[in-house]
Write a protein that binds this ligand. Structure first.
Ligand code: GLN
Ligand code: ZN
Length: 763
């Protein structure tokens, strides 16, 4: 067995990569200095793998922005609007595609499978003729060899995955694009062969989704061609994030090795090997260390898994590797000083996972005795965390054990609630509201920093927050909005804020992972039982409500969003952790209600991104996700109005689950898919309150009264004015104050016109 890696985080221990990119964009670093800086980071990343004894080290996984954009640039597939004239793609053009420039909008970005990494979506315009503009893999291979003596394995996203993730062409043109790209892939590989490269890792995560027989045919043709083109290079076909679809056909492809995910496959990859065997002439990439989680592995169990695999594949044909690239985990736990030791000891980020891979390969070759001390150390840190008080919250366990006894349905039906709420609030036709946050100005951020550093007392900080709330309550009053929010000035991030106040969460100092481009996120860690400790939002909400007669919505982040935007413990199912969060949030909902707050919004923008890759598993996920939301919102009185909000994803195919949340009012972002979402209401009768965002908060452009009016009219062609709400499409925290006021003023003006128009129809 050999240890092998599939990809390493590119951002650097202290986000040096991010800082270099941003300095270059700001003109503070010239191109030569920028290249020099990135080369240093790249070599450092390779060294980290070399020093830990990884035998097969990937090269070319490093990027100046995104690995899909790298392919787009390497093939010269630059959308026409960027004015590219052929030849090598300049850094200027490369970053224009990613970020836009003054003449052309950026290409869109979207989530890489079910991760929180976003890639730049290729636009395969029919006029584009792909050409090889350079071969970055040859360069990466040479560099690793010359500078560090590493015989690297170049990494390339596979043709089928690349084409499937691209947009801008019709289904009937798919084959044409495969044909156009095949010679280029063959050329890239031939050049690597000429360079003396022995093996190339080709990532085809698309093979882990659900593929039709016809699609499988395309894959077979692609690999037959590529195998012919480079007989002397070992092609190593890598899948991840799920079990491989069409196992028998995929392992029969004419490649030298197949990499499978044995962590996120639901046990299906192992079952397939045990049922169908594994070709004797191929290498098996055994992805047994979690490439997406942050926990130390149960090395004993992993060793047993390797033994089981060795029953079907000769040991010298097994590569011990992570389940996917380590791009999705932070770099190293070494810099973490502030975490509880029992937690810190149980963590493994990228560097620590490399050590695990090397150990497991050794244990696999020489037997468990050869790594006995390490096995024991790993078992002990895992068991200490397992036995820690944070995982022993009796009350949480009792409630979960009796989940059926927990209310998950409102007392009254939709109609009864509607009447009770209308009697209480007397809202006008087409009520106006916003999504929660108001601008997080530099002053707000400065205030928080002063408070965190201890320069400001708690009282000073609270007084500042209250001033902000007061100012914006007055502003909403003047604008004539119907349902107010307090503005979320006390929150940096909608998950972090709650994580810091609930029991069971921890926060790292350097646990960053790349989200898109230079943007990194530091997800909270859910490591213990999640429990409510004290009210989290009541003070600010009640203060805001004390300043006005209008209803102020309480504002919470929902259980599924908190779950999906955190690193989650691996000893319990995500489902169970979601229920724990839900029951903790329920206490906050009840505290708000008891304090007199009559409208409570529970945001779930991340509901959709938790969907499994395989369609047949959607129903199970949606079932528990909906139940979690209902557990947190069902105990309130009929006259208390529950709101929810979602944004930036496709909702058409999960509209029934959205309705099953049973929120009295939902606001959905639709500016990017307006027509489509509205269409789904033609086929599906939605019986609760709904606000489809009437303007795009991401644009600094002021939406005119007419434009907003058109959006309202469009929605009211399929939705009943009696159920429709008027709101921006997401929170306003990224906008400037003046922009926000001007846009909301137009929104209210457009609403007044719409009211005149539709009141007649109502009467
Ligand atoms: N209430 C949150 C806000 O307004 C919702 C943010 C989101 O949908 N991502 O900021
Ligand atoms: Zn939103």
């Amino acid at each position: 067995m050999k240890s092998s890696n599939l990809g390493y985080p590119r951002i650097g221990r202290d986000r040096e990569w991010k800082k270099a990119l941003e300095a270059f964009w700001a003109g503070k670093l010239d191109e030569a200095a920028f290249h020099h800086e990135l080369k240093g980071i790249r070599l450092g990343n390779l060294k980290a793998q070399q020093e830990r004894g990884i035998e097969i080290i990937p090269v070319g996984d490093f990027s100046y922005y995104d690995q899909i954009l790298d392919l787009t640039a390497m093939f010269g597939l630059v959308p026409a609007r960027f004015g590219y004239k052929g030849g090598p793609v300049s850094l200027e053009t490369y970053y224009a595609i990613a970020r836009g420039n003054k003449d052309a909008a950026a290409s869109s970005m979207t989530k890489w499978f079910n991760t929180n990494y976003h890639y730049i979506v290729p636009e395969l315009e029919s006029s584009l003729q792909p050409q090889l503009t350079g071969n970055r893999l040859v360069e990466a291979y040479r560099e690793a060899k010359q500078e560090l003596g590493i015989e690297g394995r170049p990494v390339l996203v596979g043709l089928y995955t690349y084409v499937k993730l691209s947009r801008g062409y019709a289904a009937s043109e798919l084959e044409g694009w495969i044909n156009k790209l095949l010679p280029l892939y063959a050329q890239v590989l031939s050049e690597l062969q000429a360079e003396g490269v022995q093996s190339v890792q080709i990532d085809e995560p698309i093979l882990s989704t659900t593929l039709s027989a016809e699609e499988l045919g395309h894959v077979e043709r692609i690999y037959a061609e590529l195998a012919k083109a480079v007989p002397n290079v070992k092609l190593f076909l890598q899948t991840y994030f799920e079990s491989v679809d069409h196992y028998e056909a995929v392992v029969a492809l004419p490649v030298a090795g197949i990499g499978l995910d044995f962590v996120h496959d639901g046990g299906r990859n192992l079952a397939a090997i045990e049922q169908f065997g594994f070709p004797q002439d191929k290498l098996l990439g055994a992805g047994i260390i979690d490439g997406r989680g942050i926990w130390k592995a149960d090395l004993q169990a992993k060793l047993e898994l390797l033994e089981r695999l060795a029953g079907h594949v000769a040991k010298d044909r097994i590569l011990v590797q992570p389940s996917s690239s380590l791009l999705h985990v932070p770099v190293s736990t070494a810099s973490e000083q502030k975490l509880e030791p029992v937690l810190c000891e149980a963590l493994a980020f990228a560097d620590e996972k490399l050590v695990e891979l090397v150990l497991l390969a050794k244990g696999g070759n020489e037997g468990a005795a050869a790594i006995a001390a390490e096995l024991e150390a790993a078992a002990s840190s895992r068991s200490q965390l397992a036995q820690s008080a944070s995982r022993d919250r009796k009350q949480v366990h009792e409630r979960i054990a009796q989940l059926q006894a927990q209310p998950s349905a409102r007392k009254g039906n939709v109609e009864q609630r509607k009447q009770a709420q209308q009697a209480r609030w007397q809202l006008p036709l087409l009520p106006t509201t916003t999504i929660g946050s108001f601008p997080q100005t530099p002053e707000v951020r400065r205030a928080r920093l002063k408070w965190r550093k201890g320069e400001w007392t708690q009282e000073q900080y609270e007084a500042f927050i209250n001033e902000e709330i007061k100012g914006w309550i007055e502003q909403q009053e003047q604008l004539g909005i119907d349902v107010f929010v307090h503005g979320e000035f006390e929150r940096t991030d909608m998950v972090e804020f709650f994580g810091e106040k609930l029991a069971g969460f921890a926060f790292t100092s350097y646990g960053w992972v790349q989200s898109y481009g230079s943007r990194c996120v530091k997800p909270p860690i859910i490591y213990g039982d999640v429990a409510f400790t004290a009210p989290m939002t009541v003070t600010e909400t009640v203060y805001a409500q004390s300043l006005t007669q209008k209803p102020v919505k309480g504002m919470l982040t929902g259980p599924i969003t908190i779950l999906n935007w955190s690193f989650v413990r691996d000893d319990k199912s995500r489902e169970e952790v979601a229920y724990q969060i839900a029951l903790a949030l329920r206490e906050e909902v009840e505290a708000l209600e008891a304090a007199g707050i009559g409208m409570i919004q529970v945001d779930e923008p991340a509901l959709r991104e938790g969907l499994p890759l395989k369609r047949e598993q959607w129903a199970a996920y949606l079932h528990w996700a909906v139940l979690a939301f209902r557990l947190s919102t069902s105990t309130v009185a009929d006259e208390t109005q529950i709101h929810t909000h979602m944004c930036y994803s496709e909702f058409n195919d999960i509209i029934e689950s959205i309705s099953a949340l049973d929120a009295d009012v939902i606001s959905i972002e639709t500016s990017r898919s307006h027509g489509e979402l509205i269409k789904s209401f033609e086929d599906y009768t939605y019986d609760k309150g709904i606000g489809l965002g009437v303007y795009d908060i991401h644009s600094p452009r002021l939406p005119s009264v007419e434009e907003i009016g058109t959006m309202i009219d469009r929605a009211l062609r399929v939705l009943d004015p009696a159920q429709f709400w008027i709101n921006p499409d997401c929170g306003l925290k990224t906008r400037k104050s003046e922009e926000t006021v001007a846009a909301l003023r137009n929104m209210v003006a457009a609403t007044e016109k719409a009211r005149e128009k539709y009141a007649v129809a109502q009467a």
